[in-house]
Design a protein around this ligand. Structure first.
Ligand SMILES: [Fe+2]
Ligand SMILES: [Fe+2]
Length: 359
């Protein structure tokens, strides 16, 4: 149902929930606007009701999820894990890639990943049909489900809330294994925890751009219950298969963020290319985003590079002996002249490192 369709104005946080304005032909509902980034008070948008959403209609301001306590003595709390600095060139070299399934565990992992992907697509209303620029250079939509800013954010928030689970579960199980078996872990735990932390930072960043409605919150709750327990049991049975599964999941994440960047470049997500759009402060400080490189596109490049790193880490860990091999991403190598895995994306291998290259 179209609410209002014309007129350009500047929105204030008070009026944005009730007034409808136009920019670049984008149409969103007043409800969906609550989930769309870039719908900051200073940006005008033409708003149109589209489909079901439980996102609050009454306020477009992203919720302050963790408000500081009043009269706190603390100025700020820095990130526990410092994010490595990525250069623009390195981030532009991230590619979509797929590791061929070689063993039955690989084939099982890819089937499980496809099942998980199907569930996620269903939960987030994802479709390959999307907005695109037609022959006349105008914004057009294919299919009945349009991947606009709101729908992308719905998908991202849901995916990132799940993505933080595997690293934490794997780290926890390896930690407990080390304690009860009185054995060293060989340095895997830190990298796995760092991955979980990094995924949570993705979630917190995108939550600054959107407030999920009750429906999405219920979906997240249910998905975590199912996925946490499923992954826990699976990791006890076959950690190698689980790392391969996460590697394949991260392949999908790289694909998804690459596609969003493509949509952005094609002009299909105008709220995110608006010059007034600002990335959240949490993103600027976490990724150390330099001045002049703080657009939504820049943010997506950082997140995509992180996902590519997780893809490399998990495919590599899936190639190793789970009991005895050291973590290659923190190891210091005898031959300093060769390329080796590291914490950053300098020598990134899209399909992971083979065991004989790193051990
Ligand atoms: Fe992520
Ligand atoms: Fe990831």
């Amino acid at each position: 149902m179209v609410l209002v369709t014309s007129g350009t104005t500047v929105l204030t946080s008070k009026t944005i929930c009730t007034r409808v304005v136009q920019i670049a032909g984008l149409k969103l509902t007043s409800r969906s606007a609550a989930f769309a980034p870039g719908l900051v008070p200073s940006i005008g948008l033409q708003i149109q009701r589209k489909g079901f959403s439980s996102s609050p209609a009454t306020c477009l301001k992203a919720k302050q999820w963790f408000p500081p306590p009043p009269d706190s003595k603390i100025e700020y709390a820095p990130a526990a894990w410092k994010h490595p600095v990525y250069t623009e060139e390195q981030m532009n070299h991230i590619v979509i890639a797929h590791r061929e399934a070689k063993t039955w565990q690989d084939r099982l992992a890819i089937r499980l990943m496809r099942l998980a992907r199907w569930g996620m697509d269903l939960a987030t209303g994802y479709t390959e049909n999307s907005a695109h620029v037609d022959k006349n250079g105008k914004l057009a939509y294919k299919g009945w489900l349009v991947m606009d800013e709101r729908k992308w954010l719905t998908r991202i928030v849901f995916l990132e809330s799940i993505a933080g689970v595997p690293g934490m579960v794997a780290a926890m199980l390896r930690h407990l294994h080390s304690l009860r078996r009185l054995k060293r872990d060989n340095g895997w735990i830190e990298t796995l925890l760092e991955e979980a932390y990094n995924e949570r930072m993705h979630l917190l960043t995108f939550l600054k751009l959107a407030e999920p409605g009750w429906f999405m919150k219920v979906m997240i709750l249910g998905a975590q219950g199912v996925f946490f327990n499923g992954f826990l049991l699976s990791y006890l049975l076959s950690p190698r298969t689980c790392h391969r599964f996460v590697g394949y999941l991260e392949e999908e994440a790289v694909y998804t963020y690459s596609r969003i960047i493509k949509e952005l470049d094609a002009g299909n997500l105008p709220a995110w290319t608006d010059p007034k759009f600002q990335v959240p402060d949490i993103a600027v400080s976490y990724w150390k985003m330099p001045e002049g490189h703080r657009t939504m596109r820049d943010l997506l490049l950082y997140v995509r590079a992180d996902e590519a790193k997780h893809r490399e880490v998990n495919h590599t860990l899936g190639n190793l002996d789970q009991e005895t091999d050291p973590n290659p991403f923190i190891s210091v190598y005898k031959d300093g002249k060769k390329d080796h895995p590291g914490k950053s994306i300098q020598n990134i291998r899209p399909t992971g490192w083979e065991r004989d290259e790193v051990v």
